[in-house]
Ligand binder design. Structure first.
Ligand SMILES: [Zn+2]
Length: 152
């Protein structure tokens, strides 16, 4: 079978207005204003997970709905708990620099000798051609992972 895998970096924005209406739709008694930063990020993740493909369009930057100025501001909280996502809460009323974090796909290798574990960016690399940087031992590919790296 010829399955096509498209790896694409997308930036998904859930605006405060979208969060408010999603919160309302859930029918919670609590006031939106009482939600903590952590709860806001969880709420956004839930909204994205439950969104249909067309709804998702209204969250993607550069697809006509969301614009870059909606993510310009100060990052006031972040959630790194899921290695596939990096979630940030941005206060657009405060001065700050745009996000410098992106998710990249990397190959995870482990040394058979000492257990040293590291990532390389070239996912096509043949592990047999590399040796452990610590003791020169043989390596095994332990994962094809998304990992957070800094753009700078
Ligand atoms: Zn080693």
């Amino acid at each position: 079978m010829k399955n096509v895998l498209i790896n694409k970096i997308v930036e998904i924005v859930v605006t405060e207005n979208q969060l408010r209406s999603f919160w309302k739709k859930l029918g919670n008694d609590l006031e939106f204003e009482t939600l903590s930063n952590e709860q806001l990020m969880k709420l956004a993740m839930r909204e994205i997970q439950e969104a249909s493909l067309t709804e998702l369009d209204s969250h993607l930057i550069d697809r006509g709905w969301r614009t870059r100025d909606e993510i310009e501001g100060k990052m006031i909280a972040e959630d790194n708990s899921n290695p596939r996502f990096h979630v940030e809460l941005i206060d657009t009323d405060q001065e700050g620099t745009p996000s410098k974090i992106l998710i990249d796909r990397m190959l995870e290798l482990q040394c058979n000798e000492c257990g040293f574990n590291f990532f390389i960016q070239d996912t096509d690399m043949d592990a047999n051609t590399l040796n452990c940087p610590k003791d020169g031992g043989k390596l095994t590919i332990t994962g094809n992972n998304a990992k957070k790296i800094n753009k700078n």
